[in-house]
Design a protein around this ligand. Structure first.
Ligand SMILES: N[C@@H](CCC(=O)N[C@@H](CS)C(=O)NCC(=O)O)C(=O)O
Length: 222
């Protein structure tokens, strides 16, 4: 059994997709980020960075893993799924996973902060993060013009990591016009039951986008 600490955010959804796709049994702990549950000592013992997602593998001496990319690799290696065995193909999947972890996630995350949440509107910061996010999604689109999935012909943890972020481009204020291969891939993955389940694991709650933005606004400035 995997203890899975998460919230209704793209970084949490990546891991929910992987758990669902891999058919792993898990016990969901829906963390209340607004109440700062992620900064309490019992959770910091699992993830010293005080952020979701994190997992504890009860079947592996209660081994704890934090950082969504590291969790995806751990689960792929545990199950032998969604990460090719061939060294070159495996490296390609890891490259696209790192590209998400170091690029798409942080840039779109900052686009959200400055476009949606930050109390002052700083046009230069908004433009910087939206432009960089658009550039990164163009790189994704270019790859998907040539391949069915990010790392080539097969669906891997790199797709699982990138989809929850890329799908919220509108919320980030990132224009994806002309990125047709990206759009087709977004739709293709949206049909997967695991991706659908991940979007409600945990359920996002009843709050409207604006109400949620208001709550997050207080979090990004505390
Ligand atoms: N690089 C980390 C990022 C994790 C992260 O930023 N988590 C956010 C939610 S998406 C969080 O827990 N925020 C609460 C906080 O910062 O206190 C990962 O990929 O796991």
């Amino acid at each position: 059994m995997i203890e899975f600490y998460s919230a209704a955010t793209p970084n949490g959804q990546k891991v929910a997709i992987a758990l669902e796709e891999m058919g792993l049994a898990y016990n969901l702990h829906a963390m209340d980020l607004m109440a700062n549950e992620q900064k309490q000592p019992d959770f910091l013992a699992i993830n010293p960075n005080g952020r979701i997602p994190a997992i504890v593998d009860k079947d592996n001496d209660d081994f704890a893993v934090f950082e969504s990319g590291a969790i995806l690799l751990y689960l792929a290696e545990k199950t032998g799924q969604f990460l090719p065995q061939d060294p070159k193909a495996r490296s390609q999947a890891v490259q696209w996973l790192m590209f998400q972890m170091g690029g798409v996630g942080p840039m779109m995350g900052q686009a959200n902060v400055f476009y949606r949440y930050f109390p002052e509107k700083i046009p230069a910061a908004i433009e910087r993060y939206q432009k960089e996010s658009r550039r990164l999604l163009e790189v994704v689109d270019h790859q998907l013009q040539k391949h069915a999935y990010l790392a080539g012909d097969s669906y891997t943890v790199a797709d699982m990591a990138t989809w929850p972020w890329a799908r919220i481009h509108e919320w980030s204020g990132v224009d994806v016009s002309g990125l047709d291969a990206l759009k087709a891939w977004l739709e293709k993955l949206a049909e997967r039951p695991a991706c659908q389940t991940a979007l409600v694991t945990p359920a996002p709650g009843e709050a409207t986008d604006e109400e949620r933005a208001k709550q997050v606004r207080s979090m990004v400035t505390r």
